[in-house]
Design a protein around this ligand. Structure first.
Ligand SMILES: Cc1cc2nc3c(=O)[nH]c(=O)nc-3n(C[C@H](O)[C@H](O)[C@H](O)COP(=O)(O)OP(=O)(O)OC[C@H]3O[C@@H](n4cnc5c(N)ncnc54)[C@H](O)[C@@H]3O)c2cc1C
Length: 548
């Protein structure tokens, strides 16, 4: 009771409280799960350790006040397929995406360039400069590969995974399914080398297919080649910054009676008689709940928060065997007076959402990725750059004006010489490399810089252990119904009341929203709550064709 003499200022958040659902982590997946379940009438609390909600949906002033940048997820790959964008009226939060026409360019040392655009025909025009045969092949392949993505892989992202044998039998029902099966057992390198003859075309294709962490030589992941190539031509930018999506989902949760606790570090999942009963947060509060949903990586969820002593043997072993991403990102953010201007044969490159430079051949690209896996960065590195303010001038709010861009490269968590020393050297090397492709990236053009190393990623997000942007590697044994393991891939875990629905759960990392959506579906079913949402048309088609 407030003291009547002082009067009521506000009700303190209780030391102990009761909820239907507590969600650990306010990244895209936690927010999506929270938005669906709070609208379904459940009492939901999202608990986030940072001051900012959004996880990878982060738009922050890391360089200098007035220069905002999307420090993590900027390329939104599945905007046209994510159910959350259709189920919620996010328009009322003024949420918009733009899909740049020039999607991904690659610039070579002699000024030649290649460009993937939204349109197959425009892309063919660009490839034609180097190989007519490759341009024709690209057109033919992409028409088939797009069907694989829109009919199968896209909708399957939001439907629980099938065991491999069931999947094979399901795919055998259709021509598109059989076409996908033909790719599965091949490696990205094999598919791309076989399909295209020109080395520079191969370099571009290999980069966009493997940049998110596929091992180019790994077999069993070939179905991702159509996915990533198609998505490389369909990336969207969230206008106002990625964080606006987090803001919109936050308002949905709050508007439906949910709560978001920020600056609240979950230190423990409480257990009674083998069942998860809630969480404790660092400041000492306890939130009791019917269901706990964790969006963190398996080691944090099961070992640090639940405790290995509560885990069945098989689950403990699978968490011990969890492999983190084979590489991380090192990103140099820059505020400049002018946007980067690429010295190349196609002015359209200057409008591209992503410009890759530094690589001349598949061999050089493979050598760079091999060095990264071995903990090194050699002089022949390359990477991709984006000038964000070209698509979103509002990111620059400084009276000095200018532009914000970044150059991002694959990098190891542990580097020879240590990041403290190598980070500084690398900043110079990145700018020199960038300048080769875009000569105006001179010291005079630069207003401010800020570099985020893999160590920095982990410091900001401890759940991205060792800078693992997807909370875990993409290998055949960590994909599909094996992500994070067979017991937990449908988001339920062997621990009653505990669910996992972050990037380490099927379908995986990046801002796909699949784990959060699937977690919400499973929890609604298990708590016997009516779902107010229905599968999208694409999902219904997939279910009828391949699941029923
Ligand atoms: C440099 C970089 C660039 C990237 N670029 C892209 C891109 O362009 N496109 C794309 O799609 N993806 C990109 N990603 C990947 C993407 O950001 C992630 O895969 C995605 O955010 C995962 O979503 P999530 O909700 O599962 O987890 P996260 O986004 O990791 O969210 C988890 C949340 O949990 C919080 N948390 C951690 N520990 C605790 C705790 N103990 N208690 C409470 N809260 C806790 C964290 O602070 C975080 O907010 C990038 C990532 C990085 C690092």
């Amino acid at each position: 009771m407030p003291d009547p003499l002082i009067g009521k200022i506000f009700d303190e958040f209780p030391d102990e409280s009761d909820w239907d659902v507590v969600i650990i982590g306010g990244g895209p997946n936690g927010l999506i799960a929270g938005a669906y379940l709070s609208k379904a009438g459940l009492k939901v609390a999202v608990v986030e350790r940072r001051y900012e909600i959004g996880g990878g949906l982060a738009t922050e002033e890391v360089m200098f006040p007035g220069y905002y940048t999307n420090i993590h997820a900027i390329y939104h790959l599945l905007v046209d397929l994510m159910p959350v964008l259709r189920d919620f009226d996010l328009d009322r939060h003024a949420l918009m995406w733009t899909k740049p026409n020039a999607q991904a360019g690659m610039v070579f040392e002699d000024g030649t360039s290649l460009l993937l655009t939204r349109m197959i025909e425009d892309t063919k025009d660009s490839l034609m400069k180097l190989s007519v045969k490759d341009a024709v092949t690209f057109g033919k392949l992409m028409r088939g590969w797009r069907r694989i993505v829109t009919e199968i892989i896209g909708p399957a992202t939001f439907i629980p995974p099938m065991p491999p044998l069931d999947m094979i039998m399901a795919m055998q029902r259709t021509k598109t399914g059989n076409e996908m099966l033909e790719l599965v057992e091949r490696s990205p390198l094999d598919i791309i080398t076989d399909s295209f003859e020109n080395d520079r075309v191969r370099t571009l294709m290999l980069y966009v297919c493997c940049m998110w962490g596929l091992d180019p030589r790994e077999t069993g992941v070939g179905m991702f080649v159509p996915l990533y190539l198609d998505r490389a031509m369909n990336k969207c930018y969230c206008v106002g910054g990625s964080h606006k999506l987090a803001g919109a989902l936050t308002r949905e949760i709050l508007g439906n009676g949910g709560t978001i606790l920020d600056a609240a570090d979950v230190t423990k999942v409480t257990m009674r008689n083998g069942r998860a009963t809630g969480v404790e947060i660092a400041e000492g509060r306890a939130l009791r709940s019917k269901v706990v949903m964790s969006t963190l990586d398996p080691q944090t969820t099961f070992f640090d928060l639940v405790g290995a002593e509560h885990l069945p043997e098989a689950l403990r072993e699978s968490v011990e065997g969890w492999k983190l991403d084979k590489w991380s990102f090192n990103t140099l953010h820059v505020a400049t007076r002018e946007p980067p201007r690429y010295a190349c044969d196609d002015p359209w490159i200057n409008e591209a959402f992503m410009v890759i430079s530094g690589f001349e051949s598949p061999d050089q690209l493979l050598a760079h990725w091999d060095s990264v896996v071995a903990g090194k960065i050699d002089d022949n590195f390359g990477g991709h750059a984006t000038c964000e303010s070209l698509f979103d001038p509002h990111l620059v709010r400084s009276p000095w004006g200018g532009h914000v861009s970044f150059f991002q490269m694959h990098a190891p968590y542990e580097i020879e010489g240590g990041w403290e020393k190598r980070g500084e050297e690398l900043e110079e090397a990145i700018l020199a490399k960038w300048r080769k492709a875009a000569p105006n990236m001179t010291p005079e053009n630069i207003i401010a810089t800020s570099q985020e190393t893999p160590e920095g990623i982990e410091t900001r997000f401890p759940n991205m252990r060792r800078g693992a942007i997807k909370h875990g590697d993409y290998t055949p044994m960590q994909l599909g119904c094996f992500r994070p393991n067979q017991e937990c891939s449908d988001t339920r875990t062997p621990i009653e009341g505990l669910y996992t629905c972050g990037a380490s759960t099927y379908p995986g990392g990046l801002v796909l929203g699949g784990p959060g959506y699937l977690g919400a579906n499973r929890v609604a079913e298990d708590l016997g709550v009516a779902k107010w949402w229905k599968p999208t048309r694409e999902m219904e088609h997939y279910i009828k064709t391949y699941v029923e």
